[in-house]
Design a protein. Structure first.
Lengths: 274, 446
C-alpha cells in the first residue's frame, strides 16, 4: 500500500490513476515552487527594477511603445519590444547608420526648453555629460510642466546603483507618488535639487553604450509632438473631457489649471508607470 | 475613497455607486448563506429531492456552470499552447469566470452531498472505478490551478504591485502560465469528459445511457466538445455584459469575432457528433435496452421538440451563424448566436439530468415532476451573487481587460477627432470658446 492512499492495490488501474494524479499534483506544486525560487533569486540579484519595468512596459499600450525610428520617420510602423533600451535592439544600429540628418541645435521645442547638449529618456528625464565624465540627471521641461509647481523629489542615496529603466527618483505631489525612470546605468555620487536644475549626478558604468538608447536633439521635436498628443488624449480620458489644443504651448504649471483631472492616471501614463 | 486601490489611469465608478451595485448581491449572498446553513445543519429534507429524484437543480446547474466555465481552460489552451494572441484580451476575464464557476460548483456539490465534514472521504476512500472520483480529483486540482492563475490577476492591484516581492512573483508566475494552461487543459478534458462519462454507467436510465467507445461512452467526448464550444461564447456574452454595465469598450471587435469563430467551429463539430450519437441511440442503444427511443418522447411533456430545439435551433443554427464571417461582423447577431449556444448547453445539461430522472423506466413508474425548494434556488443564487461580487471587486481593483487603457485612449483620440471634425468645433472656434480654452490649457506667445 502506498502511503497516503487508503486501500491502494497494485493493479494497473490504481497505478495509472494515482500516477496521473500525483504527476499533476507534483507539476502544479513544483511550478509554484519554481516561481517562488525565481522571485527570491531576483531579490538577491537585484533585478527587481528590471522586472518592474518589464512588467510596466508590457502593460503599456502599443501607442505608447512606438519605436523612436517610427517617430523619426525612419520606418513606417514599429513598436518597441526592448523596453526602450535600444542597446539590446538589433535593428537600431542599422537604422542609425542610415540617418543622414544634421543635428538641430535648438533650445526651444514647441515652447519647451530642451537644450541640444542633453539627451532625453522617454520617461521625461534628461542626461547631460560633464567634463569629468560623470552624468547629471534631471526632469525635462515637459515633465516639469505637467508635474506642476508644488512637489518634492525623493532621491536615491549616494552610492545607490541605478539601472536603465529602473527607479531613478520618486516625485511626491499631493497624495501621489510618481516613479521616474533612471535614464542610465551608474552609481549615484551626488544629489541635486530643483534649484540646481538637476537631481542626480551619476558615475556611469564602464560602457561605451551608456547613452545610445537616449533620444538625441534631432529626435526631440517629433517625440515632443507625440507626447503633446499623448497628453491631450490622456486628459480626454481622465475626466477633463474633450480639449482642442492645436497650437500654443503648455503653461508652466499645467497641473494647476485642471485640478479635477485624474492626475494620478495622467502622470502615470506620461511617466510610463502602470 | 478607495481611489488608492484602483489601477492607475483606469476610470471606475464612484465608491457610493459601487456600494449601491453590490448591495443587492450581498443581500442575495446572505439569503444563500442562510439556505446553505439550513441544508447543512438540519439536513437535505430542505430540498425537494429524494432517493428517486436525486438529480435536482444543483446537479443541473453544476454541469451547466462547469460547461460555461470551460472558457477558462479553452482560452488558456488557445492562448498559451496554440499562441492565439488575440485572446490575451480576455484571458483574465476567462480565468475569473472559470474560478467563479468551478468554486461555485464545488460549493454547491458540497451542500448537495450534505456531509461537508466528510468531504475528505472522496479523497481518502476513492472509488477508482467511479467516473465521479475522476471528476472530484480533476475538479479539485483544476480549482487549485485556477486559483493559481487568479493570483497574478490580484497581484495586478496597484497597492499589491507596489510591494516588489509581489510584483516579481506575479511576473514569474505569469511566465509559467503555459504550464498551468497545459495542466488545466488536461484536467478539464478529463473532468468535463467524466461528467459525460457518467452516462456510460447509467444502465438503469436508457434515456441517457450511452454505449462505450473504447473505455468511454460517446457522452464523454460530447461533454468535452460542447463545453469547449460554450466557453468562448460565454466569455463573449460576459464581456459584452461588462461593457454594457460599465459603459466602456473593453476589448477590440476582433476579439469578439475570434471568440465567435472558435465557438462556431467547436459547435459544428459537436452538432455533427451529437447528431450521429442521437441517431445511433435511436436505432441501436435505446431499442437494445428494450425501449424504442420515441417512447421517451411520446406521452411526456418533454416531446421531440426538445430534441429538435437542442440540436437544430440551439446547435446547428448558431453554429452556422458563427461560422459565417459576414454574420460575425454584426455584433447583435454574433451575441445572439452566442446566447443560443449557451442556452443550448443549458438545455443539454437539463436533458441529461432533470429529464433523465423524470422519465419512467419501469412499468409501474410514473413520470416524475420536480420543482426545487426555495433553499435549493437560494443556494444557486448564492453562487450567482458570489460570482457577481468576485467579478465586480476584481474588475474594480485590478486589470481584467488589458486593452481597456488603450481603448480608452483610442476612444479619447476619436472623440477629439470627431469633435474637431464636427460643426461644433467650427462654431466653437469663436472668441469665447477659444479664449476660455486657451486661457485654461495653453498660454499663447506671439
Amino acid at each position: 500500500m502506498l502511503p497516503w492512499v487508503y486501500e491502494f492495490h497494485w493493479t494497473a488501474f490504481h497505478i495509472t490513476f494515482l500516477s496521473i494524479f500525483f504527476t499533476v499534483f507534483a507539476v502544479v506544486v513544483s511550478t509554484v515552487f519554481v516561481a517562488v525560487k525565481r522571485t527570491q533569486r531576483a531579490e538577491q540579484n537585484r533585478t527587481m527594477d528590471e522586472i518592474q519595468w518589464r512588467s510596466d512596459f508590457a502593460d503599456l499600450s502599443p501607442a505608447m511603445k512606438v519605436c523612436r525610428h517610427e517617430m523619426n520617420g525612419d520606418v513606417k510602423h514599429r513598436v518597441c519590444d526592448h523596453g526602450f533600451d535600444c542597446r539590446s535592439c538589433s535593428v537600431h544600429p542599422l537604422l542609425i547608420s542610415k540617418q543622414t540628418k544634421t543635428p538641430l541645435l535648438q533650445f526651444e521645442v514647441y515652447g519647451f526648453t530642451m537644450p541640444p547638449y542633453r539627451m532625453y529618456h522617454r520617461g521625461h528625464t534628461w542626461v547631460q555629460q560633464e567634463d569629468d565624465g560623470t552624468y547629471k540627471i534631471g526632469i525635462d521641461d515637459f515633465g516639469t510642466r505637467i508635474i506642476g509647481s508644488t512637489y518634492s523629489v525623493e532621491l536615491p542615496p549616494i552610492g545607490t546603483r541605478l539601472s536603465v529603466n529602473g527607479k531613478g527618483m520618486v516625485v511626491k505631489k499631493a497624495n501621489m507618488d510618481i516613479r521616474l525612470l533612471s535614464p542610465i546605468d551608474g552609481e549615484v555620487i551626488e544629489q541635486g535639487d530643483s534649484e540646481k536644475g538637476w537631481y542626480l549626478k551619476v558615475k556611469a558604468n564602464d560602457s561605451k553604450k551608456v547613452t545610445d538608447h537616449l533620444l538625441k536633439t534631432d529626435e526631440v521635436p517629433n517625440w515632443i509632438l507625440r507626447e503633446m498628443e499623448r497628453l491631450q488624449i490622456s486628459m480626454a480620458t481622465s475626466g477633463v473631457g474633450i480639449t482642442l489644443a492645436d497650437g500654443g504651448e503648455l503653461v508652466p504649471d499645467f497641473h494647476r489649471h485642471f485640478p479635477n483631472a485624474d492626475w494620478d492616471g495622467i502622470l502615470g501614463q506620461m511617466f510610463l508607470e502602470a | 475613497m478607495d481611489k488608492i486601490l484602483i489601477p492607475r489611469g483606469l476610470q471606475r465608478t464612484s465608491f457610493t455607486k459601487f456600494l449601491i451595485w453590490i448591495f443587492p448581491w450581498i443581500a442575495l449572498l446572505s439569503l444563500g448563506i442562510y439556505a446553505i446553513y439550513l441544508c447543512l445543519a438540519e439536513g437535505l429534507f430542505h430540498t425537494n429531492m429524494d432517493n428517486r429524484f436525486a438529480f435536482g437543480i444543483w446537479i443541473f446547474l453544476d454541469l451547466t456552470v462547469i460547461a460555461l466555465g470551460a472558457g477558462a481552460f479553452f482560452t488558456g489552451f488557445l492562448l498559451y499552447i496554440l499562441r492565439r494572441k488575440e485572446l490575451k484580451a480576455v484571458i483574465n476575464s476567462a480565468v475569473v469566470i472559470g474560478l467563479i464557476c468551478y468554486s461555485g460548483a464545488i460549493l454547491v456539490l458540497a451542500v448537495d452531498v450534505g456531509q461537508p465534514i466528510r468531504a475528505w472521504f472522496t479523497f481518502w476512500h476513492p472509488n477508482v472505478h467511479s467516473m465521479l472520483t475522476e471528476v472530484t480529483f480533476c475538479l479539485t486540482c483544476y480549482l487549485i490551478v485556477l486559483f493559481i492563475e487568479y493570483i497574478p490577476i490580484i497581484l495586478k492591484n496597484r497597492q499589491l504591485r507596489s510591494i516588489p516581492k509581489f510584483l516579481v512573483f506575479e511576473f514569474e508566475l505569469h511566465k509559467l502560465m503555459p504550464v498551468f494552461a497545459g495542466i488545466g487543459t488536461f484536467l478539464s478534458f478529463f473532468h468535463q469528459g467524466s461528467l459525460g462519462g457518467l452516462f456510460g454507467v447509467l444502465r438503469g436510465r436508457p434515456f441517457a445511457f450511452r454505449e462505450e467507445l473504447g473505455i468511454w461512452p460517446s457522452t464523454f467526448f460530447l461533454f468535452v466538445i460542447s463545453a469547449a464550444a460554450a466557453g468562448p461564447s460565454f466569455i463573449m456574452l460576459t464581456t459584452w455584459l461588462v461593457e454594457k454595465i460599465t459603459r466602456k469598450q473593453l476589448v477590440k471587435p476582433e476579439v469578439y469575432k475570434f471568440l465567435g469563430k472558435v465557438s462556431g467551429t467547436m459547435l459544428i463539430a459537436y452538432v455533427l457528433l451529437k447528431s450521429i450519437d442521437t441517431l445511433f441511440w435511436i436505432n441501436s442503444t435505446s431499442p437494445g435496452n428494450g425501449f424504442p427511443a420515441f417512447e421517451f418522447y411520446a406521452t411526456q411533456s418533454f416531446g421531440t421538440w426538445i430534441l429538435f430545439t437542442e440540436i437544430v435551433i440551439l446547435g446547428l443554427i448558431p453554429a452556422l451563424i458563427l461560422l459565417s464571417s459576414r454574420l460575425r461582423e454584426n455584433r447583435k447577431i454574433l451575441l445572439g448566436a452566442g446566447f443560443l449556444v449557451c442556452t443550448g448547453i443549458m438545455l443539454n445539461r437539463f436533458v441529461m439530468t432533470i429529464q433523465t430522472l423524470a422519465l419512467p423506466t419501469l412499468p409501474f413508474d410514473d413520470f416524475l415532476t420536480y420543482a426545487p425548494s426555495w433553499e435549493e434556488v437560494a443556494t444557486f443564487l448564492f453562487v450567482v451573487a458570489y460570482g457577481m461580487l468576485l467579478y465586480s471587486f476584481t474588475y474594480r481593483y485590478s486589470v481584467i481587460f488589458p486593452q481597456e487603457r488603450e481603448l480608452a485612449q483610442l476612444n479619447g483620440e476619436l472623440s477629439q477627432q470627431e469633435f474637431a471634425d464636427s460643426g461644433n468645433a467650427k462654431k466653437s472656434w469663436q472668441p469665447k470658446f477659444i479664449s476660455d480654452l486657451l486661457n485654461k490649457f495653453v498660454s499663447t506667445k506671439s
